[in-house]
Design a protein around this ligand. Structure first.
Ligand code: HEC
Length: 149
């Protein structure tokens, strides 16, 4: 039974992972703050992969560490989106500045989900930690859907 459960989780994790593989690499020629935030997002992707690996190895400390990094990023993210920093080669949508409250909400969702993953990883409960990871991944995608071109 335990094995079956674990197997289902791993499938979910793999699915999440596949969804991230297609992240675009449109940073050719990016400079300044745009380049900096692209690098931050690339790191976010690496951190999600580390968390994924941590789940497979049941390494809750590794999960917590990566979630900590994402929490720090969530707190500073808004500073990386000054007005007028859209346009090629950035994939930032104009909606970020047209709908600043919505964008802030998306950041907030990401921040809360990072915090929740930290809390859940500390309980060392696999099921809850997997769910928190999926929720967190959902906040990445949720923001991309609305605010990334
Ligand atoms: C609140 C909104 C928001 C959240 C949350 C968010 N992203 Fe993004 N992400 C963006 C925007 C906007 C861009 C486009 C940035 C640009 O090109 O200037 C982006 C770009 C990216 C890129 C492409 C970077 C590149 O090289 O151009 C990756 C990869 C990425 N995000 C991964 C993630 C992951 C993984 C998460 C969750 C852990 C996440 N993002 C959470 C808004 C968000």
């Amino acid at each position: 039974m335990q094995f079956k459960k674990t197997f289902i989780y791993l499938n979910l994790i793999l699915l999440t992972n596949i969804l991230f593989i297609n992240a675009l690499h449109a940073d050719d020629g990016a400079k300044g703050i745009v380049k900096e935030r692209m690098d931050k997002f690339k790191t976010s992707k690496t951190l999600m992969q580390k968390i994924n690996k941590g789940l497979q190895n049941q390494d809750f400390n590794a999960i917590e560490k990566s979630a900590d990094q994402l929490l720090i990023w969530s707190k500073e993210m808004i500073k990386y989106f000054p007005e007028g920093s859209d346009g090629m080669p950035s994939e930032a949508s104009i909606n970020i500045w047209k709908d600043p409250d919505g964008f802030k909400t998306a950041i907030n969702n990401f921040q809360n989900a990072s915090l929740n993953l930290i809390t859940k990883s500390q309980t060392k409960d696999m099921e809850q930690t997997v769910n928190a990871f999926r929720d967190l991944a959902g906040t990445c995608k949720g923001c991309h859907k609305k605010y990334r071109n």
